[in-house]
Write a protein that binds this ligand. Sequence first.
Ligand code: ATP
Ligand code: MG
Length: 438
Amino acid sequence: MRLSQAFQPTLKEVPAEAQIASHRLMLRAGLVRQSSSGIYTWLPAGLRVLRNIANIVRQEQDRIGGQEILMPTVQSAELWRRSGRYDAYGPEMLRIKDRQDREMLYGPTNEEMVTDLFGGTVKSYRELPKMLYHIQWKFRDEIRPRFGVMRGREFYMKDGYSFDLSYDDAVRSYYRIMLSYLKIFRRLGVQAVPMAADTGPIGGELSHEFLVLAPTGESEVFYDAGWDEIDWDSIGLDPQKEEDLQKLREIVKTTYSATDEKHDLSTWENVPEDRRRGGRGIEVGHIFYFGTKYTESMGVEVSGADGAPLHPHMGSYGIGVSRLVGAIIEASHDDAGIIWPEEVAPYRAALLNLRPGDALCDQLCESIYSRDPEGLLYDDRSDRAGVKFNDADLMGHPWQIIVGPRGAKAGMVELKHRATGERSELPLDEALAKLGLA
Ligand code: ATP
Ligand code: MG
């Protein structure tokens, strides 16, 4: 994309309404604009990030047998009356009426809808297990929307649902998802610790939240230093392997972690004092096993091996895709701006032409740009070099390819690595090879 033509509004001023770094940077870097309280428009660069995150989630869910569907945002109240949650959900649910005076709602989550879908389709134990997921906008009329997309009213969530025949199978699905989530968060460049959590209005008995540690997080967290020390690469991270699931269960059992809601002082006291870690965290994911709560209340059963009907065991699994954009920035920024992890970045590199109009610079830039017009953001504006450097740092591209008149003459470009600040002057070929553009 050529920056001179892009819809990429950056702000020099720090927006007054933004209280935390990620919110300020998302506005300044031109990723989102607020439309009304807790509701945002995603601008091109922000949308690229959102899609990159969603695609990583998608790949990892597919890898463990998830099948993607897309359920609607608007649901009928009738569905929620069947589970008993229509009245229980409270004022966070946006309730609407259609022209026939039928009660509808904008979905805050999809347990009812997916259970109904499953019940209408799957009839025999032979068809289980099933894991369905979708990535869809949700609406919750939060009492205090704040921190930009971190606590929005409209937000983008991956919600997945597992259906198993027995408790044991369902718990295995639960830990398979947990392992898959740990992998997703690592690919996203954040450390997220699973923590025992309350099940809240979803109900159920087994639940973990995934928290990214950040001083601006809304939850207080307590955990054993073991979580910081686990070398996930060496213990193997294969959610398909039974023994890896066992290893994970063992780690979860023996390595304390909890949010304030579930914090248990007597267990905490068993953690050696110098191993106790605390602080604040941002909830980026939440998983539940809730057994037959919805299949029973909504009358969903399949025929078992002996012919007798049984209620499948369910779990539900959420990842806050739009919240993650903010959480990643909270975990990865400096005074100059965002530092995007490679897999998430809107562009793989910025290409800075320091002297547009100079024939050599223009020619060199065009030849680089033509190698990947989709993945490069070409700063071809007639602005001063300082403006270009500042904007590139602010937007946080993993790499900057800097082309100036002196280097261009010698066929050299400068490469800057955003995360380390390292700069090096290289012959064009070497620079291209380093960025996978050769
Ligand atoms: P919270 O405790 O932060 O209100 P929750 O427990 O109500 O979240 P879940 O129902 O577990 O949320 O939703 C799954 C995920 O969706 C959360 O882990 C979070 O990442 C994301 N999420 C929930 N509410 C919001 C929101 N208002 N804005 C952005 N993301 C959200
Ligand atoms: Mg939650």
